[in-house]
Structures are given as C-alpha cells and as structure tokens.
Design a protein around this ligand. Sequence first.
Ligand code: GMT
Length: 386
Amino acid sequence: MERKKLRVGISCYPTFGGSGVIATEIGIELARCGHQVHFICLDVPRRLREFTDNIFFHEVGVLDYPLFTHPPYDISLASKMVEIATYQRLDLIHVHYAVPHATSALLAAQVLGQDAPPVVTTLHGTDITLVGNDPAYLPITRYSIYQSSGVTAPSQYLKEATYEELHLSTSTPIEVIPNFVDVDLFRPAASAGSGNFAGEGRVCPRIAGERTITHVSNFRPVKRLEDVVRIFALVNEQVRSRLVLVGDGPERGRTQELVRELGLGERVCFLGKQDAFLHILQQSDLFLLPSATESFGLAALEAMSCGVPVIATDVGGIPEVVADGESGFLSPLGDVESMANNAIMLLRDEQLHAQFAKEARARAVSEFRLQDVVPQYVEYYYRLLG
Ligand code: GMT
C-alpha cells in the first residue's frame, strides 16, 4: 500500500554552509518523490536553483525596531512556523542546525498545542561543538533538543559529542543519518578540461605540468586556513602546484597576508564565494581539509565523489567519511608536515593517486549516495508519525 505523501516544513540557514546544502537537497529529493515541501527561511536557500514542483518558499521577515540591537530572528521564525504549519497543514517540521531553529520549532509547537506537527532537529556541528555548548546558549539548546520529537546527527562522532558537550541524557535517542552527495552531479570530469578558473575578476590559469590543490570553506578559524597555506607551501617546494581557495569569511585577510609573506602570491588563487565550484573540484588533484573539528566534512565528500583524494585531519567525524590510507590520508591536528608529506606522496606517484581517486569515488557512491540516504530520513519521518 502506498503511504501518504507528507507535507514537510524545512528551516535552515540559506547561506553557503553545509547544513543549508543538506537541508535543501533533502527538500528537493522529497519533492521529487511527491512530498510537499515548505522551506521556511530568511532567504531562498542557495542550492534551490530553479522552480521545482512541490516546493514552496516562505520568507521569514525579521522586523527591525530602533530599540533592538539585534532583531529577534528566532521569534519571527517561530511565528512563521505557526502560520505555515496551520495553513499548509504540515505533517512535520524538520529544522537544520539547532541554534536557534530547534528552539523556534519548540516555541511554535507550544503555540500550536495538540495540533503541533512533530519536530525533527538535525544537528550539524558547531551548533553543538562551538555555539550550542557555550553557556550563552547551552540550557536552551539542550532543552530544545530534548523536546524535539526526533533528533538526527550526520556522524557517530557528533552523536556522542552531543551527549557529552551538552550533558544531554543518552535516553534522548539520536539517529545517525550521514550526509550525502549527488553522485551523478559530483562525478569525475568526463574530459581533461583547461583547468583555468576565474573568480572575483581574476583569472587563475593552469600552467602546464602543475598540480591543483583545492580547499573549499567558509574561512572560519575552525577551518585552519593557515595550515592550508603552510601545507601547500611545503608541497609546492617539491611538486610544482597551485592552491585554489574557494569561499570567503573572517580568515580571508590573514590568509592573504600569509600568502604574501611566504611569497606565494602567484601560486595561490582566491576565487571567493562560488555557487558553481563543481568544475573546480573536477580539475583538482587533491582536496585539503585540515580543520580543528568537523562533524562530517561535506566538502570533502563532494571532492571524493569527483574522484579527488582528501588530505585532512583525523578529527571529529572526518574518519567516518575519509577512509585513511584508501580515499585519502588523515593526520593529527596541526601536523602540517605529515599532511604535506602525504600530499607529496600522492602527487608524485601517479598509480597510487589513481588508486586513491578510484577508492574515493567508490566510497562516495557506496556509502553516501543521495538517493540511498534521503530515504533514511523519509523512513525516520514515518516512524515518528507512527
Ligand atoms: O557547524 C558549522 O560549522 C556549520 C555547518 C554548516 O552549516 O556548514 O557545518 C557543519 O555541518 C556540515 C553539514 O552537516 C558538516 O559537513 C560540517 O562538517 C559541519 N562543520 C563543523 O562541524 C565544523
């Protein structure tokens, strides 16, 4: 018997972060399968590229007033959730990133009373490890997670970190559903390509024979951009390469300064924020992710899916994504030399590189394929709805 199609409200940050990407791709896949999806966000999520049947967008308007230093987004979001849940008869609300989305959903549920749809909270990373565990947010974040009808995390690591860092009782079940990738879109390049990229008015041409090392992030301290540059500097001494940096954020200025200081200006391209960085991944030889922590590392998975081996730190949920010594290499946090040596080894040995590229792609396809993972969310929804 065919099960009832669901009406699902989704709230997320609509910006470049991985949590917004995952939320949007879940929504698109749900809609493709005939469910009705209502995005309730500050803005249209970046990856909601085009008009799609069954997808609706409801903008959360945040009213400013001279008295406010910061207009209360969480209250505006909760109010919008109440409106959409009521008038669109939502079966379920799925929020991504606990702070403050889980709290807004809890507030909305309290207003809706017995008509409230169940709330699923997907934890993503810093909502637990950097923000949610701060005393400024901890008691409310913990309570909002505890009050959610269902809680998911993209890795076993984040599940355990949530119990530990938020002092949440293990009697609150957390379902591990990994992040995923569209392996049909993120796939190895069909042809070699020019390898020339452009960004922010600057062209970043590939010089014959040089290798391309890529890093994609939001340039926050947790991404350790200094390590990215220092690893690259060591690699470039041995194997002529260029470093392609995609993204922007608070560490951009300091990173540019370091690049100048090391005399690497000609070898490092800052491409800024790019919606379409797929072709950059496809032309890359290695992907660097020396983060201080990652609940998962979605950017690394997207690189793997394009057949790009990953050089990363052995922290957080990264080992659940990158198989050390197979689809990439993992090193202790801050061990720039080890990461550089691993990169050099892969770049110097074409056969080894090809083997890692193949393994990376195979792992992305077998473990993290969008069409295999999103149904896990759907099953989870039906389970909660009884
Ligand atoms: O938590 C963050 O830093 C933001 C978040 C995001 O929105 O990009 O990133 C986290 O969620 C991603 C999607 O689940 C994960 O792939 C990232 O590893 C995770 N970031 C961290 O844990 C630092």
